[in-house]
Design a protein. Structure first.
Length: 114
């Protein structure tokens, strides 16, 4: 009887251990907040190189600006009415303020083919 109980404990322990290892491995990818200011230029250079290979001419400076804007977007609260009225389907089109003008920083690499 004692040997059967030990086998049962071994099986339960192996299953629980495998489940715990799976959870740790599953959630081991990096997050946006883990990338610091020192690593961001390297990420921008990598993005620029990959996009150049794909046929898009994106400078490392433009890629860096996009990463900064992406981080700001993720840190902002979600926009109101981001989805349709029923919460399913296409996102609602954002309201565009015709009076607002993008700053020169936001136009980096957009105007004049830069």
């Amino acid at each position: 009887m004692n040997a059967e109980f030990n086998v049962w404990l071994l099986i339960v322990g192996l299953v629980l251990g495998a489940g715990l290892v799976w959870l740790v491995i599953m959630d081991s990818r990096r997050r946006e907040t883990e990338i610091d200011e020192v690593e961001r230029p390297r990420e921008a250079a990598w993005l620029s190189a990959v996009l150049t290979e794909d046929g898009f001419d994106v400078s490392p400076e433009a890629a860096d600006r996009l990463l900064v804007l992406h981080r700001a977007y993720l840190e902002a609260p979600p926009p109101d009415g981001a989805m349709g009225d029923d919460g399913v389907g296409e996102p609602a089109a954002p309201a565009i303020d015709e009076g607002s003008v993008a700053s020169d920083e936001d136009r980096l690499g957009v105007e004049g083919g830069r």
